[in-house]
Ligand binder design. Structure first.
Ligand SMILES: Cc1ncc(COP(=O)(O)O)c(C=O)c1O
Length: 487
């Protein structure tokens, strides 16, 4: 199927007093000039467009001939007709072609006057980008093979409406994985596949919370999650984080009656500290006493580079107060937009009911590919490889920071994750430095932006997963140093 111009407004037999082929010609030309159609886009065949618009084939043919004659279209025989290369910069529209002759005849053929430029694609991977796994190390071939097989099979189930709670075999695979890797005993019926972490939060907000509910939020804490919850109408109470994670007592002092708490116990986001066992017990105890919900965000629990993985908080949840979330964004890739939520068995019915009223996690085809990837052992292998790779790449960044900044940046040890938090000397702000770095294309974030209440020290959050060599890290750190504020 080729690209279509705006066909919402039907071609009118007497539109603007212009013959139909001229109207058609004008629409394509405008679409190219405004960037809606780009070089290389395929356009529909004469026959299919004529049939779609209920026009004589000769009329469409005439318009296409004019467009080809003026260099807008390129006919490639059986492969189809395409927008010609070297056209279309939305910022600078192509000089309009002069008006048609009084009799509606085609204007004299002439080539577009401007040399063309393709619009800049969005940079997929910028240096230091946090939250992104190593895209170069993803086993694309294996993935493409599994996805291709699923696409080709295209059975009736893949064409029909998907289960809003998620693809059944994937829910099974997740339940099995969580039991072994995270110490979580759950049935597949308790697992809901969602569209990213925010899809999981949405399901929680709609099913067991209501706008105006108060909840504890780690300070500093995951910025995107905080924004999502605030927009969903939740009243977030900042609860400080220290070297043992969330200070549960502070939460109790400030908002004992909160309805929920959102925590990252394995690897606090962004400080990286694990929630100490006594704090875990205190948090669970509070939730049981208050009948509050704990949302456990286990976004990168798999990536502990040294020592044994820490079991999830959910594995200690005897009373069913923990709503556990995990995501495929770090362990596979974020473009998938797949995450999951595990709910206590008594709530599974209510969650299932609500899931039926929400958009759900999308097509079964991708979910089935993830299930195959897990069931066939590729997932476990990929995780093993990534653990070793991330330990190495973290080393590249930490070494480069040490070489360039010495004591000017302090990097507290972190056992896992995909980013480094480098702390600034007290009194030195982080936002101006991060903004200057971003202006240079470096995806550094300021710790202050992740805080809910002003506090010190400042810090820089830096992803390291895509530094494939020590040199890449050194070069990025050199650029960061070039925009450092004068000490
Ligand atoms: C703390 C935290 N939670 C959750 C997520 C996962 O979000 P998503 O599943 O929408 O990619 C991330 C991703 O960066 C994160 O950093």
């Amino acid at each position: 199927m080729g690209h279509r111009v705006d066909l919402q407004h039907p071609i009118s037999p007497r539109g603007q007093g212009m013959p139909i082929y001229r109207q058609l010609y004008g629409r394509y030309r405008d679409a190219i000039a405004t960037g809606k159609l780009r070089a290389g886009d395929r356009v529909p065949s004469v026959r299919s467009l004529a049939s779609e618009l209920n026009l004589a084939r000769g009329t469409v043919e005439l318009a296409y001939q004019m467009l080809a004659g003026e260099g807008y279209f390129l006919a490639r025989g059986p492969a189809g007709t395409f927008v010609a290369p070297g056209l279309g910069n939305p910022a600078e529209p192509i000089e309009p072609v002069g008006p048609a002759g009084a009799d509606g005849s085609a204007p004299a053929a002439r080539a577009p006057r401007r040399p063309a430029q393709a619009p800049h694609p969005r940079d997929a991977v910028r240096p230091f980008q946090p939250g992104l796994p190593a895209l170069d190390a993803f086993p694309r071939k294996t993935w493409a093979r599994l996805a291709g097989r699923r696409l080709r099979a295209l059975d009736a189930a893949a064409l029909a409406y998907p289960d809003p709670a998620g693809y059944g075999p994937l829910r099974h695979a997740i339940a099995a994985y969580l039991g072994i890797a995270r110490g979580i005993a759950c049935a597949p019926e308790q697992v809901f596949v969602t569209s990213g972490y925010r899809g999981a939060l949405e399901l929680v907000c709609r099913t067991v919370l209501a706008p105006g509910d108060a909840g504890w939020y780690e300070d500093p804490g995951y910025l995107q999650g905080r924004r999502f919850l605030e927009r969903a109408g939740m009243r977030l109470e900042p609860v400080p984080v220290d070297g043992e994670g969330l200070v549960v007592q502070a939460g109790e002092r400030r908002a004992a009656r909160a309805r929920f708490a959102v925590v990252t116990p394995t690897h606090q986001s962004p400080t990286g500290v694990p929630l100490a066992l006594p704090r875990r017990m205190a948090l669970l105890d509070w939730a049981v006493r208050r009948q509050a919900w704990i949302v456990e965000d286990d976004y990168d629990g798999e990536f502990r580079h040294h020592g044994r993985p820490i079991p999830a908080l959910k594995s200690l949840d005897r009373d069913g107060r923990v709503l556990y979330t995990g995501t495929f964004s770090k362990v596979l890739f974020p473009g998938l937009r797949l995450a999951y939520l595990v709910v206590p068995a008594p709530q599974a019915g209510a969650f299932r009911d609500m899931a039926g009223h929400l958009p759900g996690p999308g097509s079964d085809l991708l979910q089935a590919t993830v299930a195959d990837f897990m069931e066939q052992g590729h997932f476990a292998r990929h995780l093993r490889r990534m653990r070793a790779l991330y330990a190495q790449r973290r080393g590249y960044l930490v070494d480069a920071l040490r070489q360039t900044f010495g004591a000017r940046l302090r990097v507290p040890p972190q056992a896992g994750g995909l980013h480094v938090l480098a702390l600034l000397p007290s009194g030195q702000g982080d936002t101006a430095w991060a903004a200057a770095a971003r202006a240079q294309g470096l995806a550094v974030q300021a710790l202050s932006d992740w805080r809910m209440r002003p506090s010190s020290p400042g810090g820089l959050l830096m992803g390291f997963a895509n530094f494939a060599t020590p040199d890449q890290a050194v070069e990025a750190v050199r650029r960061l140093g070039a925009v450092a504020p004068v000490p």
